[in-house]
Design a binder for this molecule. Structure first.
Ligand SMILES: C[S@@+](CC[C@H](N)C(=O)[O-])C[C@H]1O[C@@H](n2cnc3c(N)ncnc32)[C@H](O)[C@@H]1O
Ligand SMILES: [Zn+2]
Length: 284
């Protein structure tokens, strides 16, 4: 460990919350000398901190690459119109999101992990005395989250849900909204969320139902060409994301979740358009 006086303030800030572990070898991450970075005490790998975001993985593959490209592109702000439409249909954004956030414990000084935090739009609604670690693969979304994370106990990191850079059993609750269906490995990411949660901590995962496009009139009319046009062009998901949605329409979210958290429950929300999985990290 370098002399305290030489440690960069951004590195010091991350090192002050002793939860970070090397995603490759699980070694301790310690502040590097002088530059804004953490370095693995075991394998020596250095991970930069760029504008208060700890960068563990920039380049991702397969579904995660499709999602990253989409959320880094101008398509996402255009798609957001439809997200807002969903909130309006469900009584407004705060009310709609509270259908998920209500499963978080209400305890003071809670340690929360938010997987796929995006731009952290609901951070302002969470108590200011909570410590929150937020991870995401999209640099654009993390940058949009930074103003909401500044001047409070929020730490942001660019990495994949499938390989969380944390020591086991660190969080009082784990939350993930709006990304789960299309993770490269949803089951593996849920195992990761359970691993880093303290025994008994709630693990709360929410997304839209995988076969949401069944509700489109074009599907009811048996017009796959029209359905594809609506989803990719009018709703602005783009071609690659639309293909992904089509590939995962039969994903059995509850079955895969129960392989990780046998007692978890799945509740229908947003007039049947979304779900929330509510489980608990088992005692070890
Ligand atoms: C619809 S946004 C949701 C953001 C936020 N949770 C919310 O509810 O507003 C989905 C986010 O998931 C992120 N994401 C997708 N796949 C991911 C993965 N494998 N690991 C980490 N983040 C991922 C995207 O970059 C994007 O920011
Ligand atoms: Zn390492």
């Amino acid at each position: 460990m370098p002399a305290a006086s030489t440690i960069h303030p951004q590195a010091r800030r991350f090192a002050d919350w002793n939860i970070w572990r090397c995603p490759h070898c699980k070694g301790m991450l310690e502040p590097a000398a002088t530059e804004p970075a953490l370095a693995c005490a075991a394998c020596g790998l250095s991970m930069p901190i760029e504008d208060d975001v700890l960068v563990l993985k920039r380049d991702v593959e397969a579904n995660n690459h499709v999602a990253q490209s989409f959320y880094d592109s101008p398509l996402w702000p255009r798609f957001r119109f439809w997200e807002r439409f969903n909130w309006i249909c469900n009584g407004g954004e705060r009310r709609a999101r509270n259908k998920v956030l209500r499963y978080l414990p209400q305890s003071p000084r809670l340690d929360l992990l938010d997987v796929a935090i995006g731009d952290g739009v609901y951070l302002d609604w969470l108590p200011r005395d909570w410590r929150i670690a937020g991870v995401d693969i999209s640099r654009t979304q993390l940058d949009a989250c930074r103003p909401r994370a500044s001047n409070r106990s929020v730490w942001l990191s660019q990495c994949e849900a499938e390989r969380l850079p944390f020591e086991d059993a660190q969080f009082d609750a784990v939350l993930s909204i709006g990304a789960f269906n299309y993770f490269n490995d949803p089951e593996g990411s849920l195992r990761e969320m359970v691993r880093v949660a303290r025994p008994g901590a709630p693990v709360i995962v929410s997304d839209e139902i995988p076969n949401l496009t069944d509700r489109l009139f074009a599907r009811k009319l048996g017009r796959p060409d029209l359905e594809r046009y609506i989803v990719s062009r009018i709703m602005n998901l783009g071609d690659e994301f639309t293909d992904m949605v089509e590939r995962y329409r039969d994903l059995d979210v509850l079955a895969l979740a129960r392989r990780v958290m046998p007692d978890c429950e799945m509740k229908s929300i947003w007039m049947g358009v979304g779900y929330v999985l509510v489980g608990q990290a088992p005692a070890r």
